[in-house]
Design a protein around this ligand. Structure first.
Ligand code: SF4
Length: 374
């Protein structure tokens, strides 16, 4: 099945157009056996945490394969499974059922386990992370969970992925702004901006509300990085509605955008809509959005030159360089920062100065200090 960005799957695996197609995070340097690597404190495939996730709920069994693929220094932490939204293009609620949240204590235990296993970055996922807590009467909701996670020793970065726009509260915004470990990064799939299409998608949010939320995020979380995804060629999308979306992408200057050409899912309300668009139109529209976004992203990247950044190193990238990410770059889907240097281990934080951009990516050199992992 295919999701559409906030469906808990990463863009590349869904065949979406993502902003930085060459950014693939590898698994560190090969060559040492697991025991040897463990002794040296290096990356080994994560095991205990996988089992814990798989044991929690049958739905999360699929997480294990993916988690084993992640390097040891970052991890995806699933906070819920299933979804109570009813987006008309999506099969996830039918397949995975209503939202089941893990209790905060279970999430904290899992987070500790991942940290104990070497993770310094936790990426929170779920089909709709902003609705967290609804089904378990956890009134503090996502904001409360973020504040709890922020108190943990060990993780340096905690990142929120798959936020749903209509339930993004002021408390959540404040928690992101105030908690030092919560990176100032919001992944918020918007899917469209035309009111008529948003309604046809049953997204329960309007253009005006979306713009107000984006303004508020930028206002109250200084320097926030916003990633989003859109669907191009939803059934009945007119030229004018598509143009509205294209103009919106141009105006908003998002840090990162993924685009999914609409994919018909059987047994969904959108799948039954009469005005399905030809594949070529959906493709052309996706490409047009990515073209507009590419210009924005290249400009934003070029504007980083001269900035000091803390970069989490992911892997050696050859020719005396390492690929890593600053806090505004999520693993696997976003651009990367290449750092020149020697003897840097995956999972180390390095303070760098950005020298220039290379398309979506940044080229940086280390300052002399290697930061301790907190
Ligand atoms: S929020 Fe919408 S698109 Fe995302 S999983 Fe739920 S129903 Fe699907």
């Amino acid at each position: 099945t295919r999701g559409h960005g906030d469906a808990g799957t990463r863009g590349e695996r869904d065949g979406s157009r993502i902003q930085n197609p060459k950014s693939k995070i590898g698994n560190g340097e090969p060559g040492l056996g697991i025991q040897e690597r463990k002794k040296q404190g290096k990356n080994v495939p994560r095991r205990a945490a996988d089992l814990y996730l798989g044991d929690y709920h049958p739905y999360v069994a699929t997480d294990t394969a993916r988690l084993r693929l992640t390097p040891q220094h970052y991890a995806y932490l699933r906070i819920s499974e299933g979804c109570n939204q009813k987006c008309t293009f999506c099969t996830i609620p039918a397949i995975r059922g209503p939202m089941h949240c893990k209790p905060p204590a279970a999430i904290l235990a899992e987070a500790r386990e991942l940290v104990g296993d070497g993770a310094v970055e936790l990426n929170l996922i779920g089909q709709d992370t902003t609705s967290y807590g609804e089904d378990i009467d956890y009134d503090a909701g996502l904001a409360g969970l973020l504040r709890e996670l922020n108190r943990l020793d060990g993780p340096r970065w905690i990142r929120l992925l798959y936020a749903y726009p209509s339930v993004f509260t002021d408390e959540m915004i404040d928690a992101i702004a105030e908690c030092d470990k919560i990176v100032k990064y919001v992944d918020i799939p918007l899917q469209h901006i035309s009111d008529r299409i948003l309604k046809a998608m049953a997204r329960r949010v309007t253009r005006r509300q979306t713009e107000a939320l984006l303004d508020k995020l930028r206002d109250r979380i200084p320097g926030v990085t916003i990633r989003t995804t859109f669907i191009s060629g939803f059934p009945g999308e007119t030229d004018a509605e598509f143009q509205e979306l294209l103009d919106f992408v141009r105006e908003q200057r998002f840090a990162a955008v993924g685009v999914f050409p609409y994919s018909l899912e059987p047994d969904t309300p959108a799948g039954r809509m009469k005005e399905q668009l030809p594949p070529q139109v959906k493709e052309d529209r996706a490409n047009a959005i990515m073209e507009v976004q590419q210009a924005v992203a290249f400009e934003l990247a070029a504007g980083q030159a001269g900035r000091l950044l803390d970069v989490l190193v992911d892997r050696p990238a050859g020719r005396g360089r390492y690929a890593g990410r600053h806090a505004g770059q999520a693993p696997e889907v976003d651009a990367v920062t290449y750092v020149s240097g020697k003897h840097i281990e995956p999972g180390e934080f390095v303070r760098v100065v950005c020298e220039r951009s290379d398309g979506y990516d940044l080229i940086a050199r280390p300052m002399d200090v290697i930061l301790p992992i907190l």
